[in-house]
Write a protein that binds this ligand. Structure first.
Ligand SMILES: [Mn+2]
Length: 252
């Protein structure tokens, strides 16, 4: 079990992380934060430093985005999760509750060691072409620096299928359960890339025993600067969260 402020995850505790792919403005992050909190999300996500496939795509609001995310934390009391892309940015992450290592950086060993030294909870996403063994070895790099607060995140792997953005490996949940005591959460948003598929995969992940979910939510998905097609509206998220909590209760 990992404790983040008043939130517990793993060891029988279930938590949902929700928020936009990217922080875009103060109004946007505050509006999304308040709505997902009201629907039962325990933590707020929001990207400030983005790693995009194309250098011509929106790269995030960077330090300014982090400040807005921390403002939303202050106003709502929700712990925040955001991705780090360079160890040099660590001084900016002092007040961040959970540092995310994105799929592309899962094997950035020096970055893993650097976040390990901070002692802060780390959300480690599985690389899109990484085995579970490789994911666990990356977690070991963080833990070998004395930081045991690692949350593993299955977010889909690359297969021959192109209809979905990735292929969600649901078997990773029970498999990791056999291999480690670390909490395992699922990101159905990046796994599918399609808002219409997020609910089914979120509920399947809960049924398979996930300790939590991370879901992208935007107040206006059509206008989102990043990952709009997979973003749920706050209303859609409220529906998914309520069903996820119901499934969770069935398992208890
Ligand atoms: Mn995203």
């Amino acid at each position: 079990m990992i404790t983040i402020g008043n939130v517990k995850i793993g060891g029988g505790h279930f938590a949902i992380i929700a928020g936009p792919c990217s922080v875009e403005s103060e109004e946007q992050i505050l509006e999304v934060a308040k709505s997902v909190k009201a629907s039962g999300a325990a933590m707020l996500r929001g990207g400030a430093f983005k790693l995009r496939t194309s250098p011509y795509d929106f790269q995030g609001m960077k330090a300014e985005g982090l400040e807005l995310l921390l403002k939303a934390k202050e106003k709502t009391g929700m712990p925040v999760v955001t991705e780090i892309i360079s160890a040099g940015h660590l001084p900016l992450f002092e007040d961040v509750d959970v540092i995310q290592i994105g799929a592309r950086n899962m094997q950035n060993i020096e970055l893993l060691k650097a976040v390990g030294k901070t002692g802060k909870p780390v959300l480690l996403k599985r690389g899109f072409a990484s085995t579970l063994e490789e994911l666990l070895m990356s977690a070991e790099y963080i833990m070998s620096e004395g930081n045991k607060n690692v949350i593993l995140c299955e977010r889909g792997i690359r297969t021959f299928e192109t209809y979905t953005r990735n292929t969600l490996d649901l078997s990773a949940i029970p498999a990791l359960r056999e291999l480690t005591d670390l909490p395992v959460i699922v990101d159905p948003s990046h796994a599918t890339g399609k808002a219409s598929l997020v609910e089914s995969m979120a509920l399947a992940a809960v049924a398979a025993g996930a300790d939590g979910l991370m879901i992208e939510v935007h107040n206006n998905p059509a206008e989102a600067l990043c990952d709009g097609p997979q973003a749920l509206t706050p209303e859609q998220f409220a529906h998914v969260a309520a069903k996820a909590f119901q499934i969770r209760r069935v398992l208890e």
